[in-house]
Design a protein around this ligand. Structure first.
Ligand SMILES: [Zn+2]
Length: 277
């Protein structure tokens, strides 16, 4: 009897230690919005140590003693029932469902005078494909050591000129929908980190111009494009409000603005869901 009791205690301790590996304790949650380009915030009802959605690792967070799965929903998702998967501390698997509802996104027609930015040549395509691989690697990276903060401040003061999800046409030709939020501001206006993190990548990209990718931990990663100057380097640790660069018009633009994207589980979601004001 006594031996059995000791074993139970040992197993309980082991289970607690294992659980802490999977979920991160957070002080706020993002708004749940189960639409294409939105975020599903779902209590798991258990203490999972890992989760996945469409083969991408998902963020598991403990908030006020309850574990939540925080899942980025792609713009191209099929409406209706979607399934995600959890791994429990004892190795058991569990699947949960959520329902994605329709959201109307309007069209936006833009005129680009540099036609190579709409119909790139063969050399451009080599560069574009290489850069798209780099972006994808950055967006799918994962750091356990950073604690994501979901309540963000606006990275630049300005006018929200194009919202997330617009169905885009450049010079009359259909292109990918808008994967971020555009904020128009004067060239040189300061851009600040909207939440704490570590600079993951910086560079100059064909479409995105001067670019920063900022890692907030557990798959929450933000992107800043078309900058005039980049004032940080990979590895720089930033607090919310720290200067990271200045507004510019590098890459495919119609004028100076910041293109800001927010990424969860390698999926671009609506940045407005994270803004506190
Ligand atoms: Zn944009």
């Amino acid at each position: 009897m006594r031996i059995l009791g000791l074993m139970t205690t040992a197993c309980t301790l082991l289970a607690v230690a294992t659980v802490s590996l999977g979920a991160v304790t957070v002080t706020s949650l993002p708004d749940s919005s189960m639409v294409p380009g939105g975020i599903a915030v779902i209590p798991t009802g258990t203490d999972a140590v890992a989760g996945s959605f469409r083969d991408q690792r998902i963020l598991l967070a403990d908030f006020e003693g309850v574990q939540y799965a925080i899942i980025g929903i792609p713009l191209n998702v099929t409406l209706g029932s979607q399934q995600f998967h959890l791994t429990l501390a004892d190795g058991a698997k569990e699947s949960l469902q959520f329902a994605v509802e329709y959201k109307e996104y309007t069209e936006q027609h833009l005129t680009i005078t540099n036609t190579r930015q709409v119909n790139p040549n063969a050399d451009d395509m080599v560069r574009i494909n290489r850069e798209s691989g780099e972006m994808n690697r950055a967006f799918s990276s994962w750091s356990d050591s950073l604690t994501p903060v979901f309540s963000m401040q606006v990275p630049v003061d300005g006018v929200r000129s194009s919202s997330f999800g617009l169905k885009r046409f450049f010079n009359g030709q259909a292109r990918n929908p808008h994967s971020g939020m555009d904020i128009a501001a004067d060239e040189g206006a300061p851009i600040v980190a909207p939440a704490p993190g570590v600079i993951l990548t910086t560079g100059n990209f064909f479409f995105n111009g001067n670019t920063i990718i900022l890692d907030h931990g557990h798959g929450l990663i933000t992107l800043y494009c078309h900058m005039n100057t980049i004032d940080v380097a990979p590895g720089t640790v930033v607090a919310a409000g720290d200067l990271i660069g200045k507004v510019g018009q590098t890459g495919r633009v119609t004028g100076p603005h910041l293109h800001w994207s927010v990424n969860l589980n390698n999926t671009r979601v609506d940045p407005a869901l994270f803004l506190t004001d």
